[in-house]
Design a protein around this ligand. Structure first.
Ligand SMILES: NC(=O)C1=CN([C@@H]2O[C@H](COP(=O)(O)OP(=O)(O)OC[C@H]3O[C@@H](n4cnc5c(N)ncnc54)[C@H](O)[C@@H]3O)[C@@H](O)[C@H]2O)C=CC1
Ligand SMILES: N[C@@H](CC=O)C(=O)O
Ligand code: NA
Length: 445
């Protein structure tokens, strides 16, 4: 291995040397693209971009890409500390050792590109501070919505505007599962296995189906969009594991589909501006553009004061699409190294408070199984009224001894709706509140 003096650490830069940490779904595609597009990358960067080391867990593991064995090492710590490494790509995932490796890479003068949303959402501030101190780039376009350019537009293109809302489908695995359940009637488990085989799901798919992955992305989006710091712990999170065939059928009856949404909003209240960030399944009308986001595709809507509504759509998961975003960042970081400049760092000056879920308002679709007798409908309506949840529509279906009421509310706070449901469950004429689903994507009423 040549470790001559022509690196970005020196004055006469001639080539950029890349260390890759992790060679799984994304890492193998990064290695492939670096090799296959070497000529174009050199032309675009202005110097060759060379892969000089790949940290793997096992040297003899089967891989999707052929790599010269001399590039492989199981000592990631030593790799990021090598003096001849200019750029480090972290695609191991998880908190440790990824965090320590990124911090060591920055300390040793490398710029870093990562796809690690879990780490950024948990402890991004430590990483951004280290990048600032080291005067190096820390880029992460791949961390949210895979190949879709959304980090850069929020950080740079919209830097002069005031973003007020970000609403998106940001997890490919859950969108794939919900889409299959809706269109083919397939079961949850078989669809999850298919998503795993296609490389969409996280190593532990709990992160996808319980909403942790989408919540991490929501934290990153809210932080960037509103120039503040939102962590994964600030995001209200519900996954899709409890979504039943009956929920999907109920949505269909309403002309809706069920999607796992990440919703980040600026909220103006009595005490000033705050942020709301939440991830949960919601019904959206089939006519809404997000309803047509199929399979593992992602889409993100951004609303801002001057630009209005923007939509970003594309592949949000999978090895090659995610590697495309990594390579885009790598090219920018490489150009910056050559020009001896640094890109934009963290912008968290606004320091906005984050609202609790109870304070957040939206509309609700509630299915209630009740006694089929006179006065029950009025009594149910009374419970909603007592909790200041205004009813928009109510539909009743007799089913023999009992009846099902389907209530759609006007906008109400989550706390008021939760109290309504609790009160309904205590009534002797209520057999069950069988489904409670938020309704998004329609005009506020
Ligand atoms: N797969 C996808 O569609 C997307 C993944 N991401 C993110 O990209 C990152 C990587 O994801 P995948 O490639 O899907 O995961 P993966 O599980 O396929 O690959 C991770 C690789 O890192 C290796 N590894 C773990 N610890 C290591 C260590 N200490 N040293 C060296 N290698 C180690 C594993 O053996 C594995 O091969 C994660 O942060 C993930 O959240 C982001 C967007 C999309
Ligand atoms: N597991 C994630 C991968 C991309 O971030 C997903 O399914 O979207
Ligand atoms: Na992206």
């Amino acid at each position: 291995m040549d470790s001559g003096s022509d690196t970005a650490h020196d004055s006469g830069v001639k080539r950029l040397r890349v260390a890759l940490l992790g060679c799984g779904s994304v890492g193998s595609q990064v290695a492939r693209l670096l090799h296959e597009q070497a000529g174009d990358l050199e032309a675009r960067v202005g110097a060759p971009v060379e892969l000089v080391g790949v940290a793997v867990r096992r040297l003899d593991a089967p891989r999707e890409v052929d790599l010269p064995t001399e590039l492989l090492t199981t000592d990631a710590e030593a790799l990021v500390r090598r003096d001849d490494v200019d750029l480090v790509v972290e695609v191991i995932g998880g908190i440790e050792p990824a965090r320590s490796l990124i911090l060591a890479a920055l300390e040793h003068g490398a710029s870093v590109v990562t796809a690690n949303k879990a780490l950024l959402a948990e402890d991004g501030s430590t990483l951004f501070a280290a990048a600032e101190k080291a005067d190096r780039d820390l880029y992460y376009e791949a961390a949210v919505a895979g190949a879709i350019p959304i980090i850069r537009p929020l950080r740079e293109s919209l830097a002069g505007d005031r973003v007020t809302r970000v609403l998106g489908i940001v997890n490919g695995t859950t969108n794939f599962i919900l889409d299959k359940m809706d269109t083919t009637g397939a079961g949850f488990t078989e669809t999850l296995e298919e998503a795993q085989a296609l490389g969409y799901a996280e190593a532990d798919p709990t992160a996808d189906i319980e909403g942790f992955d989408a919540a991490a992305k929501a934290a990153i989006l809210a932080s960037l969009a509103f120039h503040t710091r939102v962590t994964a712990a600030d995001v209200h999170r519900e996954g899709i594991v409890d979504i039943s065939a009956s929920d999907i059928a109920g949505a269909r009856d309403m002309g809706c589909v069920v999607k796992l949404l990440a919703i980040c909003e600026l909220v103006e209240g009595d005490h000033g501006t705050a942020v709301s960030a939440r991830v949960h399944p919601a019904m959206i009308p089939r006519s809404h553009p997000l309803a047509s986001v199929r399979e593992a595709y992602n889409a993100v809507f951004v609303e801002s004061e001057a630009a209005g509504q923007l939509m970003f759509y594309g592949p949000g998961a999978g090895g090659a699409p995610t590697a495309s975003a990594v390579l885009g960042d790598l090219v920018t970081a490489a150009r910056n190294r050559l020009s001896r400049v640094r890109g934009v760092g963290e912008s968290a000056y606004a320091q906005l408070p984050v609202l609790s879920m109870g304070e957040t308002t939206t509309r609700y679709h509630v299915q209630i199984d009740v006694d089929d007798r006179t006065g029950v409908l009025a009594a149910v309506a009374q419970v909603f009224a007592e909790h200041e949840v205004s009813i928009q529509t109510v539909r009743q279906e007799g089913r023999g001894v009992d009846a099902q009421l389907v209530v759609v509310s006007h906008r109400a706070s989550d706390a008021a709706l939760a109290a309504t449901v609790e009160a309904l469950r205590a009534k002797e004429y209520v057999h069950d509140v069988s489904s409670v689903m938020r309704v998004e994507g329609e005009s506020d009423q």
